[in-house]
Design a protein around this ligand. Structure first.
Ligand SMILES: Nc1ncnc2c1ncn2[C@@H]1O[C@H](COP(=O)(O)OP(=O)(O)O)[C@@H](O)[C@H]1O
Ligand SMILES: [Mg+2]
Length: 246
């Protein structure tokens, strides 16, 4: 089967800072994939290259077999990205934002029922007429999720969607993301909550300084490291690499 996301020998530097180093990674269709790493490891840089928002210095990335540069429109259609950074949009209501976002993909009224469903499942229905600025951080985060999903993409990347989100909302987000996965969507999740990755993901990559230090199915990763908690395995692997590079 064609990989959902195929990353081949991808590198990216900002000045002398190499954020992603010659990275190879395939994420299969239908996987619930955890992309883990400390702050600055290169996760968001990688995601922005997958989304075609930042160009790679070297290598190539394809989504469902299509190159993210050559077939930008098609790959954007297959992909929904929930960005790490919150945005403030002063002019439009939440519902207008969602309709504008659908418009980018050439979608109009036929998407209204889905927009209503997203607003409902993300508990935003009563905020639909409000603007971003009046919403709490947790609500803004949910609006970003709705915006990423408005065109019902098959491959969904969530960059720290639960950062700073209270435990009740986090649980409801887990249930929602799980329901997307159950519908057959490919999910890529970055998170600093290792128990979240342990709970949700079936395959896990750990990156450190732009390079993979682990890539395994979660059950194998856990078994191969003496059945420890994922958090301990993460610390062992990221520290171990540091010692080797010193
Ligand atoms: N737009 C940018 N300009 C300059 N440096 C950047 C930019 N984005 C990221 N970096 C740097 O690239 C590295 C990887 O960052 P990032 O991809 O945001 O990591 P992560 O998402 O894993 O925390 C860091 O050293 C960061 O400072
Ligand atoms: Mg990041």
């Amino acid at each position: 089967m064609t990989a959902a996301i195929s990353i081949k020998c991808v590198s990216k530097s900002y000045g002398s800072n190499q954020a992603v180093k010659n990275l190879d990674l395939d994420i299969e269709q239908g996987q619930f994939f955890g992309l883990l790493g400390e702050n600055g490891a290169g996760k968001s840089t990688l995601i922005s290259m997958i989304a075609g928002l930042t160009s790679a210095d070297a290598g190539s990335i394809s989504i469902l077999g299509k190159d993210v540069v050559e077939d930008y429109r098609e790959t954007r259609r297959s992909l929904g990205v929930v960005p790490q950074e919150l945005i403030d949009e002063p002019f439009f209501s939440i519902r207008e934002l969602l309709k504008i976002q659908a418009g980018y993909f050439g979608l109009g009224k036929e998407q209204d029922a889905w927009i209503d469903e997203l607003l409902d499942v993300l508990a935003l229905s009563d905020k639909a007429h409000k603007k971003m600025g009046s919403l709490s951080g947790g609500m803004k985060r949910r609006v970003l999720i709705a915006m990423a999903l408005v065109h019902d993409p098959d491959v969904i990347i969530l960059d720290e969607p639960t950062a700073g989100v209270d435990v009740t909302l986090r649980r409801s987000m887990w249930a929602f993301i799980r329901s997307l996965h159950a519908k057959g969507k490919t999910i890529v999740l970055t998170t600093h909550y290792l128990e979240e990755a342990e709970e949700l993901c079936d395959r896990i990559a750990i990156i450190k300084k732009g390079q993979l230090v682990a890539l395994e199915n979660k059950v194998d990763l856990m078994a191969n490291h003496g059945e420890k908690k994922l958090e301990q395995i993460f610390l062992d692997l990221t520290e171990q690499e540091q010692e080797q590079s010193e």
